[in-house]
Every structure is written in structure tokens, then in C-alpha cells.
Design a protein around this ligand. Structure first.
Ligand SMILES: NC(=O)C[C@H](N)C(=O)O
Length: 330
């Protein structure tokens, strides 16, 4: 029986990083090693899948742009339609991996497994985590039981929902967590599933990258003790199509900031109220009268994920009732 065909789309990051010595776990250059070398360095892959690589970018993920995101998603979509592709793995820097994974789960229509993977240490470091993470990603991408679960992330032996997962530590290998827990684990190349996502994704999404060519500008303003309206006023005047407010606590907004956010909304820019607190979720009309101000709440999405959903949603609508429905459903 022939092995499943898995394509690895490489975008850079630490999983393609290289340091000067084996003790350099934090001091190294990201996005150096080409995908063919990553594959050649992991002969175990050839036992679980017929693997080929494509170098889409060679970038540290903090430098990825909206245009990069569209280019990558279009390539994933095109490959997913090919009969000779059973699963797709995207190697990616960990800094913005959660945003790319969420974007793909919102916009790529396929029941085939799509896995985004990175590493916290470069391959040159002691106890490098990239090889096992990539091996696990290819295993999941080659598995029939991984399809239809939305875009997945395999880090630290866990299978995470691309929607829910975030980077939560910047110096440890157990960096990727979701407050709702992992979907499963991979041990010795075998998947163990425990949960399935309930939010709309991939095949059930009303968004499709095949008809998206550019993303509208959406920015994030942070709330903090002592905050002034300088950033919000500048962003409001900058031509953005929505503003995500990363508030304190339950998305709370400083009293002196409220009129400035109201002005942004009055200027026709949707305001999305999220929280800088990593876990929990924002409750509509608690803390702020969202109905009265015509604001949208981000549900459980962190500000950077709320920005991704806002950009995608704005390709279809700027109606705030519709935007709120989308924030509940995705
Ligand atoms: N661990 C990593 O991948 C971090 C790196 N700065 C990146 O996101 O590309």
C-alpha cells in the first residue's frame, strides 16, 4: 500500500533556524535552513508519508505581512484541491504561528489535514524540539482521522486547535497552550484524540481564500494603567477599517478613553472590544454598553486573533451585527 502524500510548505522561523553552537538555544538566526535540508535531516518521515517540500518564504514569523498570509493560504488551498495531496504541513516561526493557523482555518476550504508547526529551539541546539514537532506534524497530516478538525498545531507532543492555541511562553518548549485544552496527543507517531472543535472552520466557513486577494488594515490599541488617547486617535485617523481594543480585565476601557473609541466608531470604523488578559472571554454589555456604543466583542479571541477574524470578516461585511455574529460563530 502506498504512503499518503504530504506537502511541507516552509515559511521560515526557528524550526529553520541555526545557531553558532549547541548551547545557543536563544541566540541564533531564524529562517536559514531550506526545506529540503529539513526533510533530508529527518529520514523517519519517509516511513509515514511520501513527503515533498516547497519553500514559500524564508522569514522569521514576526516579519510576516498580510500579503504573505494571503499568498500562503492561496497555496494551501490550491494544493488541498490536488488529488495527489493528502495532507499539508506548514513550517512556521512560533511568534505569529497562532495567527497564521487561525487565518488558514477561517479561509481554506478542505477536509484534508492542515498542520502548522514550529519549534522553540533551532535545530543546532541541544534538545532541539523541531525534529519531533515536524515528525508529529507529518504523522498527523498523513492521518485520515485528522481531517475535518480545522487547522491543527503540533507542538510539544500535543495536537492543538489552530483557532484556540497561543504562544504563552517565549523561552520553553511547552510554549503553545489553549485555555480550552489540546485536542489530543501524538505518541510514537500515533494520534490520541480527546476533543473536537465546535467553532466554524474550513469546510463550514463562509470565507474562502480563493476569493480574497487582499486584507483590509486592522490595528490593535492596548489598554493599560495611565493610558492616554494618543495611540487610538492616531490609529483612528490612519485609514484603518476596524480597531481592536485590547482592554484590561474583562475588556474594560478607561473612562477617559471611551469618548475617543466612540469617535472612532462614529467615523465609521468598527470597534472590537477584546482583552489583554490571555484567558477567559469578553462578555457583551458587561464592563461597557456595547449595544449602546455599537461595539463588537471579541468573545474568547486574544487581540491578535481578533484582528485576524476582523480582517477576514471585513472582506464580506462591515455591518456590526454581522460582525458580532461572526465573532460568536468562529
Ligand atoms: N521560535 C520562533 O520561531 C521564533 C521566531 N522569532 C519566529 O517566529 O520566527
Amino acid at each position: 500500500q502506498s504512503l499518503p502524500n504530504v506537502v511541507i510548505l516552509a515559511t521560515g522561523g526557528t524550526i529553520a533556524g541555526a545557531g553558532a553552537s549547541a548551547v545557543n538555544s536563544a541566540t541564533y538566526s531564524a529562517a536559514k535552513v531550506p526545506v529540503d535540508k529539513l526533510i533530508a535531516g529527518l529520514p523517519e518521515l519517509s516511513k509515514v508519508a511520501s513527503v515533498r517540500g516547497e519553500q514559500v518564504f524564508q522569514i522569521a514569523s514576526e516579519s510576516l505581512t498580510n500579503d504573505n498570509l494571503v499568498t500562503l493560504a492561496k497555496r494551501v488551498s490550491a494544493l488541498s484541491k490536488q488529488a495527489d495531496v493528502d495532507g499539508i504541513v506548514i513550517t512556521h516561526g512560533t511568534d505569529t504561528l497562532e495567527e497564521t493557523a487561525y487565518f488558514l482555518t477561517l479561509t481554506v476550504h478542505t477536509p484534508k489535514p492542515i498542520i502548522v508547526v514550529g519549534s522553540m529551539r533551532p535545530g543546532t541546539a541541544l534538545s532541539a524540539d523541531g525534529a519531533l514537532n515536524l515528525f508529529n506534524a507529518v504523522n498527523v497530516a498523513a492521518s485520515k482521522d485528522a481531517g475535518g478538525r480545522g487547522v491543527l498545531v503540533t507542538m510539544n507532543d500535543e495536537i492543538q486547535s489552530g483557532r484556540d492555541v497561543s504562544k504563552t511562553v517565549n523561552i520553553k518548549t511547552e510554549a503553545f497552550k489553549s485555555q480550552w485544552g489540546p485536542l489530543g496527543m501524538i505518541v510514537e507517531g500515533r494520534n490520541y484524540w480527546f476533543r473536537a472543535p465546535v467553532k466554524r472552520h474550513t469546510m463550514q466557513s463562509e470565507f474562502n481564500i480563493d476569493s480574497i486577494d487582499a486584507l483590509p488594515p486592522v490595528e490593535i490599541a492596548l489598554g493599560y494603567e495611565g493610558v492616554t488617547p494618543v495611540a487610538i486617535n492616531a490609529l483612528g485617523a490612519s485609514g484603518i477599517k476596524a480597531l481592536v481594543h485590547a482592554g484590561t480585565g474583562n475588556g474594560s476601557v478607561a473612562d477617559r478613553i471611551v469618548p475617543h473609541l466612540q469617535k472612532v466608531r462614529a467615523d465609521g470604523i468598527p470597534v472590537i472590544r477584546s482583552s489583554r488578559v490571555p484567558d477567559g472571554f469578553v462578555i457583551r454589555n458587561a464592563e461597557q454598553p456595547d449595544d449602546k456604543y455599537d461595539w463588537v466583542v471579541a468573545h474568547d479571541l486574544r487581540p491578535q486573533k481578533a484582528r485576524i477574524l476582523a480582517m477576514v470578516a471585513l472582506t464580506k461585511t462591515k455591518d456590526t451585527k454581522e460582525l458580532q455574529r461572526i465573532f460568536w460563530e468562529y
